[in-house]
Write a protein that binds this ligand. Sequence first.
Ligand code: ADP
Length: 443
Amino acid sequence: MADACVPAPPEKAAPSVAELSDDEIFAQIVAGKLKEHALEATLGDCARATRLRRRWLEKEVGTMPEGLPHEGFDYESVLGACAEMVVGYVPLPVGVAGPLTVNGKAYQVPMATVEGCLIASARRGMKAITSSGGAQAAVLKQGMTRAPVIFFPSAMRAAALKSWIEEPENFATMKGWFESTSRFAKLKSCAVTVAGLHAYPRFVCFTGDAMGMNMVSKGVNNVLEQLEQHAGFDDMRVLGLSGNMCCDKKPAAINWVEGRGCSVVVEATITGKVVRETLKTTVEAMIELNTAKNLVGSAMAGAVGGFNAHAANIVAAVFIATGQDAAQVVESANCITLLAAANGGEDLHISCTMPSIEVGTVGGGTILKPQRACLELLGVAGAAKDEPGAHARALAMVVAGAVLAGELSLLAALSAGHLMKAHMALNRKPAAAPAPAPAVNVE
Ligand code: ADP
């Protein structure tokens, strides 16, 4: 009787997955009840998710090499932004090269690389630049691009879209649609390429301090919807938000010719004394080599954007250190290096023209602490306060300046090696020859 009056104890709620032991959770993964990709969301603890995923991986492949570390990393910052299925991280050495003086400001440039001598070589080039009065750089253009591919029932309709978009009044309407999607995005231009039934409008957009791919994609998406609904193009079919005329992460002449991201030119005049004493070569030897290698050699190789000695080496190292999208080294390393005699042949003028350096100081990998620290080292972390885009432009000019240094040093090393051989052959007195700088040939 009394028993009947006592309310039954509430049924104990099943523990949430996060409350289970690691062994119990692992058993659920193995049984297929818990997806290995959903561990972060399920457990609410990214470091624990990583540990458990390593156990899962070990079971999958039979080994989990200890050399791949996992402790001491901020996995929360990666979640939903930088990587999935995380099992650890790959530590890379970061060195600094500098001082590199660009537009009167001295930088110590962070470079993440596993290529021995690269940083030392860049540093030697920077020394030559800085001790000759520094480099001057300018951003010629700034604009991230996205080009969707749109299919029409006839080529005439594709042509009609081109005419419509390229009409200034219509462009202004489109600009409004585009810019309603972001505080920072500014549509600058849109040229349309037609290939049969396909149209490829290439949207060029100012994206402030962001590299800008997400921002541009959002804007383009909105424009496409509006074109279909409000501009009389209800017969258009968007086959892809990207139609490869953007052109992101693929070698393409369009970036070389039209530019993408920041188009930068940087120059320096290296004194004859510095060429002899720091670079251990001569003005004539460097000019001769540059013409034969970076111009004629690259032309004979059919290069597009590859009229340089090793721009990609420097771009990749700075990109990785500062949280840029490493795959964009493909176009960001487009560069023509030109050398000319200056001051009656006494000094050396060098320039690097790089039309498609794609960098950002907000968003993407720049949100990660170590990468952000490298941006802080350059004084360009985050959004520029006074003028959106100023940080991204400054970073692009530093990248170009560092490339200039890399070009100088490698061309010097190659030409000095050649000079030394010629000298030895002629004089048989190696001590008298300009000594090639040790270990700086890193191409
Ligand atoms: P991306 O467009 O390069 O892929 P994200 O979309 O990840 O970059 O990051 C850009 C974000 O940063 C946007 O949401 C934007 O509103 C914000 N943001 C803050 N300050 C700036 C700035 N100065 N320039 C550009 N974007 C900024």
